[in-house]
Design a protein around this ligand. Sequence first.
Ligand SMILES: Nc1ncnc2c1ncn2[C@@H]1O[C@H](COP(=O)(O)OP(=O)(O)OP(=O)(O)O)[C@@H](O)[C@H]1O
Length: 690
Amino acid sequence: MDVLKSLVQPLVGGGGGSSMIDGVKLVVLGGTVETARRMASSGWSHFINSFFLTAHFSEEDYPYDWLMLWLSRRPEWQRSREFETTTRTSSHGWGSGVADNSFGEEEEEGEETPGKVKTRVVFQPTTNTTHTIYYKGHWLRVKRGRKHDGSGCEMLSISVVARSNSILKQLVLQAKKEYEAEAVHRIQIYFADSHGCWRWTDSRHKRPMSSIVLNPGVKEMLLADTKDFLKSEKWYADRGIPFRRGYLLYGVPGSGKSSLIHAIAGELMLDIYVVSLSSSWINDSTLTTLMGRVPARCIVLLEDLDAAFTRSTSRDKESTGSPDGSENSSSTTETTEPQTRHSSSRRHKEHLSDVNTLSLSGLLNALDGVAASEGRILFATTNHLERLDPALSRPGRMDVWVEFKNASKWQAELLFRNFFPSTDEDNVVIEGDLEGIELPTPPSPSGESSSTFSSLFSLPSTPTASLGSLSSVPSTPERSSPAGKARTVRMDESLKNQAYLPPPVDDEIAQHSAKPLDGATLAALAKQFADSIPDEEFSVAALQGYLLKNKSRPEAAASDAAEWVVSERELRERLKKEREARELKEKLEREKRRKELLVKEKEKAEMKKKEEEEVQRRLLEEKIRAEERAKLEAEKAVADALAAAEADKENGTPSEDGQGNEEKDGQDSEGDEQTPSEGLVWVGVAEVST
Ligand SMILES: Nc1ncnc2c1ncn2[C@@H]1O[C@H](COP(=O)(O)OP(=O)(O)OP(=O)(O)O)[C@@H](O)[C@H]1O
């Protein structure tokens, strides 16, 4: 105590100093202590940090998601005393494991509202709090924070006292494994945003391939092709061919294009990156940026390929995707790429007039330009193949085309059999089992096919191949096996697929579903249903809609199908008539408006003509009046002159023989050199000209 007093005493200056000096001394003392404390603390953390290995994981990259899922299952992470809540889990829609600290409405008491979206709220530690987690004999210091680069992105920093970074590697690998174990049942959907970034949007359960009802062999062929492609990176590299493959799915709406892509993504365990080309913000540079940012293994889905070009009607013909553009209709890469070079001024103009435009050359560059990423599988969908430019479908861009038509009888039967539950466990429909229905010809990879099934044909992936030769060159040589064999093999594989785990059926929903039927009854009902459905008249989506209405009554669904077809036709007929009537009305109104416009224009022209005539008439009148005025003034001047002469004559001395007068006249005439009549004419002219 004495020691402390002796230390403080000189500083506070004993008892004799003024109170102000004492205050200053106290401030100086406090400042010194605080500075010393800070220096010690920073020195300590510097010292500690020199032993730590630290890894940073940005929100924008996958490892962040892996680790957040892993952390959400750690009790230490949940013991945080400061939380923030979010409804967007970093684990992208799953993360509902036992240790997950999320909670939702199912925990709440009371009945549920059907159709209400269940929102899960997740507690996660606030940013900038540090957690210590024990992992494989090491203490990890985990901290969530934000980047300081202005992006506001979250960062996860994990530090560990270790000599090598192998423990961090192990941690990341384990987190990845756990994440992928969850991901096996789901696919992630990312959507492009207007800043050229991919935003995670949804996580969906995988859709089994068997739920897609297409003509025989189509989906198997596609699946085989995509699988084969993913395995052939070296094959492509050895031949210097860009490692990319494109599939164009075209045809009527509601025929299963998107569903098939979804199912393939699930089967291949790939995420889907979606760009809607009809978005108002899409333009060349955004699309190029997006294409450069897709990960190596994924599915890129370009929706509504034709809509990209119908959106902007003001664009030049050269940059439209429509084959109608005469200059562009025969364009290939060779013709469109030079366009990019020589049309910079035109592009600049376009840019000024409409910043949100996507040109054909921009789209082509994004698909296979230098910036385009490799290893991705591109799917493009369109309802209007005829609107696409041939350049878009050049091999290397769209290697495989698949046409989707309205449902065939065969599809209708299979759809019915897939739709209703069966007591037969092995009620897996193999194409050949569907008796009595003429099967469409399966696709042939050799391209020599196919009448009803002319829809699938594969293009060679070598750049030299022409569009005309629709021979199928497989993405690797092994794929030259006969179609039938390939199909059987792929069918077996797809049946073996264990990846799909459908979500459990809600009890309430189960009550409204049909009771399982035995195989024979189901087959008979499916046949009855298919017999009532006309070939290729209704889309699969329409049939599905009908079945959904009868989801608990398979017998009624089969027996009422013919009636439904009649009512649908009547409905279509009525809608068609209504549309025609509307169009006719609109046409008549347009015609009426056009006529009214013409009449108005005519009236306007007549009015204008009348006004001009009026002006002319007024000018003429003015002119006549001016002439008359001039004439009157001239006459007056003459009369005045005569009167003046008369007056002179009366006032002056008259000469006897009249000589004096004549002399005067003679002098006058000599002096003026002007006769009265000449003077009259001059006055008149001067008046008129003014
Ligand atoms: N071939 C099919 N097999 C199974 N279900 C199908 C099929 N075609 C359509 N459906 C069902 O119809 C609905 C719409 O299908 P989907 O969105 O895949 O059609 P689409 O061809 O992509 O349509 P659009 O061209 O309008 O985008 C989905 O619910 C899907 O389950």
